[in-house]
Ligand binder design. Structure first.
Ligand code: NDP
Length: 275
């Protein structure tokens, strides 16, 4: 049973999902099928990943009831703006082959474009029309969230940000906690790089007879983050799901918190304006 996080509109979102960034369209159906067979029910894609149709094929052939699935996609920067957002949503929904989405996110604030408040109004309309169950943002810093709050009374249900022990995002998480915005961690394993061989991580892996990735995913879950690891390796897909039968102590969690060095693997949201 996957724990859920109750979003600010009452919708329950699985705390663990499966991400498909950089999975080529031709491999996406197989990867998502493996994830669904392993027990994942939440899938995270985006228009810019160009694999929404591959996700849709896996969903259609899975035989899993629609209401058991939780599907997220994201609006690309080039599609920001009110009318463009409505069109971008329709395009994604068509590729996914779904009647409704569970979560739709503005992918980046792209502050230089100056359009995220207009895009947000379109997300509010999609929500009011019932074609998406929850709406949120991604890569929003507190300053962007404050600006959005000044323009709209609808609070994002989710903010999906880069987050892992090298980048613990204390301010973003505190802002979310204070305002009822669930924090979702992208690149939760810091892209499978040197984090997995950090002594603090491998010591805990040995202590619990678990893999480094499982230890890091436990850290996220116990912090309350929603988490969406990606893998195209079936054994890792299953391994990343087997994280509900052990727990870390508060000292263990603190030893992972101490790895924070404010280091991003991806772009800085304040300056990323690519459209
Ligand atoms: P992750 O932190 O999930 O790491 C993925 C990498 O780690 C892959 O190279 C994978 O290898 C490897 N890996 C996965 N599991 C294990 C394991 N158990 N042991 C060892 N290595 C492992 O990075 P992502 O950047 O993919 O982030 C996850 C998801 O977050 C994305 O897929 C996407 O859905 C979302 N995302 C959102 C962004 C946004 O701007 N909103 C930006 C970036 C990501 P392999 O696949 O070869 O097995």
């Amino acid at each position: 049973m996957i724990p859920t996080v109750k979003l600010n509109n009452g919708v329950e979102m699985p705390q663990l999902g499966f991400g498909v960034f950089q999975v080529p369209e031709t491999e996406t159906t197989a990867a998502v099928t493996t994830a669904l067979e392993s027990g994942y029910r939440s899938i995270d894609t985006a228009a810019v990943y160009q694999n929404e149709a591959g996700v849709g094929k896996a969903l259609a052939s899975s035989g899993i009831a629609r209401e058991e699935l939780f599907i997220t996609t994201k609006l690309w920067n080039a599609d920001q703006g009110y009318e463009e957002t409505l069109a971008g949503f329709e395009h994604s929904r068509g590729l996914l082959g779904l009647d409704y989405l569970d979560l739709y996110l503005i992918h980046w604030p792209a502050p230089e474009l100056g359009k995220y408040a207009d895009s947000w109004r379109a997300l509010e309309k999609l929500s009011a029309d019932g074609v998406v169950r929850a709406i949120g943002v991604s890569n929003f810093q507190p300053a962007h969230l404050k600006q959005l709050a000044a323009a709209s009374s609808v609070v994002p249900a989710v903010n999906q940000v880069e987050l892992h022990p090298y980048l613990v995002q204390a301010e973003v998480r505190a802002y979310g906690n204070e305002h009822g915005i669930a924090t979702e961690a992208w690149s939760p394993l810091a892209k499978g790089g040197s984090l997995l061989t950090e002594t603090a991580v491998t010591e805990l892996a040995a202590k619990y007879d678990r893999s480094p990735a499982q230890v890091i995913l436990r850290w996220h879950l116990q912090l309350g983050n929603i988490v969406i690891p990606k893998s195209v390796t079936p054994a890792r897909v299953r391994e990343n799901f087997a994280v509900f039968d052990f727990s870390l102590t508060s000292d263990d969690l603190a030893s992972l918190d101490a790895l924070d060095r404010g280091e991003r693997t991806g772009p800085d949201p304040d300056t990323f304006n690519v459209a």
